[in-house]
Design a binder for this molecule. Structure first.
Ligand code: 4AD
Ligand code: MG
Length: 462
């Protein structure tokens, strides 16, 4: 008999009274002399299916002694149980054991700390918490595609291996096949990358933006959504070395247009997740943060405030709050400042715009004041920056001067400058840190818990 997903059983009332087959892993099992109960999970829902089995099963004894996480296939009748905790149960006619487990299965029924579970990335996805998080991750990802496709965006694929450090911050991982025990050197004593696989210094991308800009100059509205890599040596709860970034890029659009688009995107994805992952969110709300759902609903309902960087600095200076990092016009906002503004002052996500050009990337469009750029960061309560975006410098002379001022190698940017040579146009885009969105959607506070196999400083296990 074909397997019916447990999620389907919960959605489909017509299945009551019917014969069906459910398969999954045993979450818990208790039995007495002639009857037993199994909590069965197949990961399609955070709800489990209660299976009842009786001693008329020929393998009754064997089933009674199964360990947690054994995999079984059950056939039987789905019966309504109006008086019990769960709405129905599967009355087993046969139970086939697919794969037994052992008593030393590391994730026994007691509650484990997230810290401990991080050491078990291959098994933690079976727990209630992580299966909920990864279902939400899947739905949020689908929501992003759905929203942007409906808006007429083209999904483009930007390279993972590249020669450009798009953000110019030098936080890159090199990609090489050079022999570390015999590294070829130039007469000047530098590494001779001409002998390397790509014939030059190649790295893992920190952002697909520069390539996305090329594609936007052809297709108008594009987005890239894939893994990005940063060798930031910051061991924090919100940085990972490998993370997923969504980067929409839009021709004929200014900073206000990307603020408007990202606001609608955020609201759409939250709403889509609330609708599609009701049980998972209820579970996380109950287990980790009882304000999770109400906070998400508030984020959908209220307009996001927009303040300038200068106003943000004033608010922080006037707050009287004792911050660890100094607040001064010209210095970058630290996570503690970002959280304070969104969480304490505005109690909702906000946009901060017009940052000093010195603390932002070379490609951002300079404002008329000569000091600031048309950039925005979207800050979220308890997370800080989730989105970084800007209007791009479309004026070739201003851009070339900026590249020179920052002593970047002009020859590395000829393609990028070509875009300004051949039909330049006002254009803008942003990057959304997908893990940070998942942290907001789940209320989990450590980025290591929202990506299945996290890569952080000193950790690339499995
Ligand atoms: O602000 P960032 O550095 O912007 C860019 O890379 C632009 N090129 C994006 C664009 O305009 N197309 O990064 C964008 C977002 C941040 O706001 C943050 O959410 C996330 O990416 N991010 C990280 N997430 C996890 N771990 C890290 N190490 C991250 N670095 C950035
Ligand atoms: Mg940023």
């Amino acid at each position: 008999m074909k397997k019916t997903d447990i999620s389907t059983i919960y959605k489909n009332k017509d299945l009551l009274g019917k014969n069906l087959s459910a398969c999954g892993w045993i979450k818990s099992l208790r039995s007495s002399k002639n009857i037993g109960f199994i909590d069965l999970s197949d990961g399609t829902s955070c709800k489990t299916l209660q299976v009842i089995f009786k001693d008329k099963l020929e393998n009754f004894d064997k089933i009674c002694h199964l360990n947690i996480s054994s995999s079984v296939s059950v056939t039987g009748v789905l019966v309504e149980t109006p008086l019990a905790k769960q709405p129905f149960e599967l009355l087993a006619q046969t139970i086939t054991v697919n794969g037994e487990s052992t008593p030393d299965y590391p994730l026994q029924k007691k509650r484990h700390s997230l810290n401990y579970l991080r050491t078990m990335s291959h098994l933690r996805c079976r727990t209630n918490t992580f299966s909920s998080v990864f279902r939400i991750r899947s739905v949020a990802s689908y929501g992003i595609h759905k929203f942007l496709q409906n808006e007429g965006f083209n999904y483009i694929h930007t390279p993972i291996i590249t020669e450009s450090d798009a953000e110019g911050a030098g936080e890159v991982f090199s990609v090489t096949t050079l022999n570390f025990n015999d590294i070829p050197k130039t007469p000047e004593g530098e590494v001779d990358f001409s002998e390397d696989f790509f014939g030059k210094h190649a790295m893992l991308t920190v952002s697909g933006q520069l390539q996305a800009e090329c594609m936007a100059m052809a297709l108008s509205k594009v987005y890239t959504f894939g893994p990005t890599f940063r060798a930031e040596n910051s061991n924090t709860q919100r940085h990972s070395a490998e993370f997923w970034m969504l980067e929409p890029e839009i021709a004929f659009a200014n900073l206000n247009d990307v603020i408007e688009l990202s606001s609608r995107l955020i609201k759409y994805v939250i709403n889509f997740t609330l609708e599609s992952c009701k049980y998972d969110l209820e579970f996380l709300n109950k287990t980790y943060d009882e304000e999770l759902i109400s906070r998400l609903e508030k984020t959908i309902d209220e307009d996001f405030k927009i303040i300038t960087y200068t106003e943000a600095i004033d608010l922080l200076l006037k707050s009287g709050h004792n911050f660890e990092y100094e607040i001064e016009w010209g210095k970058d906002l630290q996570t503690e400042h970002e959280k304070y503004l969104s969480q304490v002052v505005f109690k909702n996500p906000i946009f901060v715009i017009d940052y000093p050009k010195e603390i932002k990337a070379f490609y951002m469009r300079q404002n008329d004041d000569g000091k600031t750029v048309a950039a925005t960061d979207m800050l979220f309560p308890s997370i800080g920056e989730m989105i970084g975006g800007s209007q791009r410098e479309e004026r070739i002379d201003v851009l070339t001067n900026r590249i020179k001022e920052l002593k970047l190698k002009e020859e590395n940017y000829w393609r990028y400058l070509d875009l300004r040579r051949y039909g330049t146009i006002v254009h803008s885009g942003f990057g959304l840190g997908f893990e940070r969105l998942i942290m907001y959607l789940t209320s989990l506070t450590n980025i290591r818990d929202v990506i299945p196999f996290p890569r952080t400083v000193k950790n690339a296990e499995f």
